[in-house]
Design a protein around this ligand. Structure first.
Ligand code: ARG
Length: 587
């Protein structure tokens, strides 16, 4: 593996060196390098620095320019305006940089983060015995992308699917199953669809008995106690719900084209044995106090409508532990046993108050501190075309599966229309990759904290900022490369060649892949990677419009342009894969 220093970083370093040579008293000064329309880069930092040291910015800039000798890297550098520097990179440097990236296989020269730690990422956490709906989409899609992006930057990344598999509602379900054992088939015998329809049926039936029959209610309550104290028969019944639900979850994750590992499914129940100790530690340290029989944590800045403090409830007055106790126990587990340095939660923004309280309590306990931090991504809502939270026409929550099926169906129409030499089977396969890609991309290309409209027409459009556009760009490149294989020597870098403006623009953008990825991963911002890829496809399109590839002037130019095609395709492929989106070879 050979990571590649980006051109941006190299130019930055040269400028910084020249700047501190010209201004030794400034110490290490940041030239503030930006990509620019005027030249390849513009450095703006000299202005502020000159002001601070009461010098003349244009003079200082001129001094920096004369201090730079790097003809291999920098073709042109000039002072502009009140003291900016415009910098043009040498064509050969661009091509050589890309050649080094191309030689680095799947990593494309992207360096590993030298300060990588261990991140535990909590995402895709559906609830046992319940259907997954549109609300579960974002956590799965964003979490999966972040999992892969962080991993690629060298972070040790551990997934945790904190599924809702514990709590009082299981008393009712289990009691019903104890009394009607044939209502749930063995998990091994059902597929996802049967599993969820069985679970739905049991849920409804048990609810009906629970609401109508006082004595059943009583038995259900006793069942909760039996569950929490580890009664064997009760646990066996509970396990059947979990197993059947997992069959269903896996089927939905498969529809989402998303890999979920069994050892990363660690639900609320997994922390059951820790909860009493968590409560004891909180109480002994005084972080939690008894209030009306319950064990709670108070916060000065968290108050309800009536100005009364809203506490975090660790243990209810009846002794039961709830959501907060399992989250606090999970923090201990993730910090102490998994040695996490970062805890990342991809959970609906509506739970942000819960996490604010949980994190603050954990900080008071010292479980979180300067070395171990926690963040909730707090994503926004998926809206319907009317701008209101997405519902079916009947006003019900949308089942996640229905939504995915519909996306695949729409994608099939688009693929079929364009397909020339695809078999029906290939059309179906592409429809899946295009449809699911469209749903994921629409989600990931909006900054996570914002709401977005679920608009299938827009999502599968061939024009504009969609995954289909990116997939077509990729497939088009593959088709050129296939054709070239027969006609030419194939892709090869030729640093001795001059580059056309469209080639330079494409090349410089390709160079920024690693920097963009590092930034997107550090900020938990997949939309920055999505925006990068969209721009890459756009720059490729203008390159392709302006620069004939197979009909270029010389064989060397053909090879060099094919080389640009190849590395563009590989970068698109890698970037899309990190977002969880496929790039079919033919479309
Ligand atoms: N199962 C929860 C829900 O569907 C989300 C769990 C989020 N993660 C956590 N550690 N609390 O709302």
């Amino acid at each position: 593996m050979a990571s590649v220093t980006s051109l941006t970083a190299s130019v930055h370093q040269r400028l910084a060196d020249a700047l501190s040579a010209a201004l030794p008293e400034a110490g290490s000064a940041d030239p503030l390098l930006r990509r620019s329309d005027r030249a390849d880069f513009q450095a703006n930092g000299i202005l502020a620095l000159a002001k601070k040291l009461k010098g003349n910015p244009r003079e200082l800039a001129a001094q920096v320019v004369s201090g730079i000798t790097a003809p291999d890297l920098i073709k042109d550098i000039e002072v502009s305006g009140p003291g900016f520097l415009n910098i043009t990179v040498a064509d050969g440097a661009i091509t050589e940089n890309l050649a080094a990236r191309a030689a680095d296989g799947d990593r494309l020269g992207v360096p590993l983060n030298p300060r990588a730690g261990t991140t535990v990422i909590d995402y895709a956490q559906p609830n046992v015995a319940k259907e997954m709906h549109v609300g579960h989409l974002r956590s799965a899609v964003i979490g999966d992308a972040l999992h892969q992006m962080l991993d690629f930057t060298g972070e040790k990344t551990i997934g945790r699917h904190h599924i809702g598999d514990w709590g009082t509602q299981f008393g009712m379900l289990i009691q019903y199953l104890v009394e009607n054992p044939d209502q749930l088939a063995p998990a091994a015998d059902v597929d996802g669809e049967q599993a969820i329809s069985n679970l739905n049926r049991v849920y409804k039936a048990s609810r009906a008995v629970f609401d109508a029959d006082e004595e059943f209610k009583d038995r259900a309550r006793k069942r909760v106690v039996a569950l929490q104290s580890g009664d064997k028969e009760t646990l066996e019944m509970w396990q059947r719900f979990v197993d059947e639900s997992k069959v269903y979850f896996y089927s939905v994750f498969e529809k989402l084209d998303m890999e979920v590992r069994d050892e990363e499914i660690v639900g609320e129940s997994a922390y059951n044995d820790m909860m009493a100790e968590t409560a004891r530690l909180l109480e002994e340290s005084g972080v939690a106090v008894r209030s009306e029989g319950a064990l709670v944590v108070f916060f000065d800045d968290i108050k309800g409508k009536d100005d009364k403090p809203v506490p975090l409830i660790v243990q209810k007055a009846d002794g039961g532990f709830g959501y907060a106790a399992s989250d606090l126990s999970a923090i201990r587990d993730r910090v102490v046993d998994l040695h996490a340095t970062t805890l990342l939660y991809v959970v609906d923004v509506r739970q942000s108050l819960h996490f604010k309280m949980v994190f603050e309590a954990a900080r008071r306990m010292g479980w979180l501190n300067d070395e171990v931090t926690a963040h909730n991504m707090g994503y926004g809502t998926v809206l319907g075309a009317d701008g209101k939270p997405f519902k079916t026409r009947e006003g019900e929550t949308v089942r996640l599966e229905d939504l995915l099926d519909e996306a695949v169906q729409r994608a099939a129409e688009v693929v079929r229309e364009k397909a020339r030499d695809l078999t029906e089977e290939e059309i179906q396969e592409r429809a899946f990759q295009v449809g699911i890609g469209a749903v994921k991309y629409a989600d990931l290309s909006t900054s996570a904290n914002r709401d977005y409209k679920f608009d299938l027409d827009q999502m599968v459009s061939l024009h504009g900022d969609t995954s289909v556009y990116l997939q077509y760009a990729y497939a088009r490149i593959q088709s050129i490369l296939r054709k070239a294989g027969a006609e030419t020597g194939g892709p090869a870098a030729h640093p001795e060649l001059e580059l056309a403006p469209a080639e330079r623009a494409l090349g410089l953008h390709l160079d920024a892949f690693g920097d963009t990825l590092a930034e997107a991963a550090a900020e938990y911002a997949p939309h920055k990677l999505a925006a990068y890829l969209y721009q890459l496809a756009s720059l490729y399109t203008s390159f392709y419009d302006k620069c004939p590839v197979l009909k270029a002037e010389t064989p060397a130019q053909v090879e060099n342009r094919l080389f640009l095609c190849d590395i563009t395709a590989r970068t698109l492929h890698k970037g899309m894969a990190l977002l969880g989106i496929r790039t079919p070879e033919r479309l």
